[in-house]
Design a protein around this ligand. Structure first.
Ligand code: ZN
Ligand code: ZN
Ligand code: FE
Length: 764
């Protein structure tokens, strides 16, 4: 007879809301072990008793056979004296102690549930709130940890007898499924008109919505994460109406397609993209559109890509099945506000936009947008990190203090560093995408997101990390210390943290704008990461930006600023607004910038692609889309030696102007321009001589630029890193701020001094 022992096991990571406890229960029972499993704020807690070799085998199987959606960050175990328990059971959750478990994420409908909702013999046939222990909403409905029904918005529904039986039977897929529900006992749909009156009978709601969509109406659909505005993607008239009502001129709309086959009729789909479309995260995937597809031109004007997702809730599956066609599925908001999550809010804000509302009575606890992902070098790159990915923690090899990071002004996310006790690593939780902090609604969402993370994890922050810009909204919580982090340094640290690389490394941080240490607007930076901070090793030559933040919307103004830097008064041809001339001549409201993003705008304007934009980065995107790929040529440029090195774009600009005069096609000029930028990265990297190069900032959302730069650096023998799990745009700033703040503190709490804080440029 083998000696019986008892062990206590703590499993940390994303282990709640994924069927982990039922899995442990079944495994322990099968192996003849006794004891119990329960959820705790720190993770899944197990006590198991049995012969030692069996316990060893048990731990190995826990590690290797766990449910696919779970992700284990650590298994800790210690031995206890045997208690002689007779059975293995699932215990009620423990509620005490620091909250260190990962908050469960929302998971797309699994294949088992999908089969049930389309099986006329199943009791959940066409029931839109079907889910099981392996799929369903989580983050959007959880109110506190641990993840139990009483801590979710499903609390108000009492399970019927049949649901309860499923919940209690160990062999059922819904064993301990906290959200278990059916038509008898769970949430239900209603169709409302714009006044909030119920139309028709609830059972017919989905069929009526399908008919309305087919006839060209716009429907507000309350899904899992908030409201979508939906319309027939092939109906140009309906799509245009949606644009007019939503005040969204040209920014592409995302679509939801009924099936993978249907996506293939619209877009090219490679293996990586197919995996992403079908993944449990079910994001919007950026796909190259096929010529001759049936999509209305206004869905993505002048854009060779579509953002497409597949249905990810039973409600969407049933709706897409009923309409049988791709639908526009754009966030239910007015322009850049947060997405609406409850009915009254939707009627208020979307009443003028949607003709009908499909609503339900399961409350959504927090708004989470659809994530946006694309394939880059055969690997997923997250562009907007929200549903399915947030708030999955990023583990970093650093013992961080409890820190709140306030993120960036645009594409804001916030982050929280959760210390992991005595261990030398920490987890950083990045919030879902919040948006541009330009409206009252987004500012409220920003404050709510910070409070939300602090409350879920019950962390009292010691440090607040925030941007250098003096106008940045203040954080809603008090902390002992505020650390101010330069924008581009946060970009670089974000990418380094994601890849767990340490200094020294050369960070290439290119974007539209960030407040610089010298009071100018930075955006074409080469920052050398040192042990505790950074050196600005090189940057682009600065030029005047007439009107500051206004220029971001007017590439033509940026172009005039750039020309004025070289030609002075000769840059004016009389067609420009007189005010612009005065601003440049008198140097008023004209900050200087090294921004590569603005350089893109200026070139787009000079070659005649775009003089004004209706959404951020539109000119740069259209310049990228214009690239004629059959040239390796690049323009001359100069690098002025000094500290820092200055990248002088003047020779390039003069040649571009000559090309324009000679009527060289925009596609060729664009390719040469992109190639020049890749050349510049390689050249500066050679001069700095650091073997690791990190590419970060919004400019590296440009696929052509990123691919070309990576190839060029690879060719020179550098190890090159780019963002994958964390956005390269300002959505990644909050992660970088946390790491940069920790370093500054270690460096003795040095607060960055502004060298010239008198001329404060405006956002962005
Ligand atoms: Zn399921
Ligand atoms: Zn039920
Ligand atoms: Fe940025």
């Amino acid at each position: 007879m083998l000696d019986v022992t008892r062990i206590q096991v703590l499993i940390r990571g994303a282990v709640q809301g994924v069927g982990f406890r039922p899995f442990v229960y079944r495994l322990a029972t099968e192996m003849g072990l006794t004891g119990w499993v329960s959820n705790s704020p720190q993770g899944v807690l197990i006590e198991a008793e049995g012969p030692e070799p069996h316990l060893d085998a048990f731990l190995i199987r826990v590690r290797h056979q766990h449910p696919p959606q779970a992700s284990i960050s650590a298994i800790e175990h210690s031995s206890l004296s045997p208690l002689g328990s007779a059975i293995f059971e699932i215990r009620h959750s423990a509620h005490s102690g620091p909250k260190q478990t990962a908050i469960p994420i929302d998971i797309a409908t699994c294949s088992d549930c999908l089969a049930e909702i389309f099986d006329p013999a199943n009791r959940r046939y066409l029931y839109p709130f079907t889910n099981c222990a392996h799929c369903g909403p989580r983050f959007t409905i959880v109110e506190s940890l641990p993840y139990d029904r009483a801590n979710t918005t499903m609390r108000k529904f009492t399970m019927c007898e049949q649901c309860r039986r499923e919940y209690e039977s160990p062999l059922d897929r819904r064993f301990h499924e906290q959200l278990n529900a059916c038509r008898e006992c769970g949430p239900y749909l209603e169709l409302w008109n714009r006044d909030g009156h119920v139309c028709g009978i609830p059972e017919n709601a989905l069929a009526m919505v399908a008919a309305a969509l087919k006839s060209g109406q716009i429907v507000g659909v309350k899904g899992l994460v908030g409201f979508h505005l939906m319309a027939d993607a092939a109906n140009e008239d309906a799509v245009c109406r949606l644009r007019v009502r939503k005040h969204r001129e040209e920014k592409p709309f995302a679509m939801m397609a009924p099936s993978l086959e249907s996506v293939r009729t619209l877009c090219e789909v490679n293996a990586c993209e197919e995996r992403l479309l079908l993944s449990p995260e079910s994001p919007i995937v950026i796909l190259r559109s096929r010529p001759g597809n049936s999509v209305a031109p206004s869905v993505a004007p002048r854009n060779p890509y579509f953002g497409v997702m597949l249905p990810y809730t039973p409600l969407h599956h049933i709706l897409m099945n009923a309409t049988g066609r791709p639908l526009v599925a754009t966030s239910g908001n007015r322009s850049d506000e947060p997405i609406a999550i409850d009915e009254s809010d939707a009627l208020d804000r979307l009443g003028e936009i949607a003709d009908l509302f499909l609503v339900h009575n399961r409350p959504i606890r927090r708004h989470v947008d659809d994530s946006i992902v694309r394939d880059l070098f055969g690997r997923p790159q997250i562009i907007r990190r929200a549903r399915g990915y947030a708030p999955m923690p990023i583990m970093v090899n650093d013992a961080l203090p409890a820190t709140v990071a306030a993120g960036a002004h645009l594409k804001n996310t916030v982050a929280l560093a959760v210390p992991m006790g005595d261990s030398s690593c920490s987890s950083v939780v990045i919030s879902q995408h919040i948006g541009d902090l330009e409206t009252k609604e987004t500012s409220e969402a920003f404050h709510a997101a910070i409070n939300d993370l602090r409350c879920l994890y019950e962390v009292r922050p010691d440090v607040i990390a925030r941007d250098l810009h003096p106008d940045f909204p203040s954080s809603p919580c008090a902390a002992a210390q505020t650390e101010r982090v330069q924008h581009h340094w946060a970009h670089v640290m974000s990418c380094m943290a994601e890849h767990k690389i340490d200094a020294p490394a050369l960070g290439v941080a290119w974007d539209g704008a960030g407040f610089g240490l010298d009071g100018t607007i930075w955006g074409g930076e080469f920052l050398l990461a040192t042990k505790n901070s950074f050196d600005r090793a090189a940057h682009f030559r600065t030029f005047p930006l007439p009107g500051g933040d206004v220029a971001a919307r007017k590439p033509q103004h940026t172009a005039i600023g750039l020309m004025y830097e070289i030609f002075g008064d000769q840059a004016f041809d009389g067609s420009e607004p007189p005010l612009l001339r005065q601003m440049l001549r008198k140097d008023v409201r004209t900050p200087r910038t090294s921004s590569v993003g603005r350089l893109f705008d200026a070139v787009a304007s000079i070659v005649g692609i775009r003089k004004e934009v209706s959404f951020e980065a539109q000119a740069a995107m259209e310049l990228e889309f214009a690239v004629a790929e059959d040239t390796q040529e690049f323009y001359p440029y100069a690098i002025r030696v000094g500290k820092p090195l200055i990248v002088d774009w003047e020779p390039m600009l003069r040649t571009i102007l000559a090309d324009v005069r000679e009527l060289i096609p925009a596609g060729i000029i664009s390719a040469r321009f992109h190639n020049t930028l890749a050349e510049i990265v390689a050249d500066v990297a050679e001069r700095i001589g650091e073997s690791r190069v990190v590419l970060t900032g919004g400019c590296f959302q440009n696929r052509y630029l990123t691919e070309r730069t990576v190839h060029r650096l690879d060719g020179c023998g550098f190890s090159t890193y780019w963002h994958e799990r964390v956005p390269t745009n300002d959505g990644g700033i909050s992660l970088g701020q946390i790491l940069a703040a920790a370093r500054e503190l270690r460096d003795g709490g040095r607060i960055l001094e502004l060298q010239n804080s008198s001329s404060v440029p405006q956002f962005p």
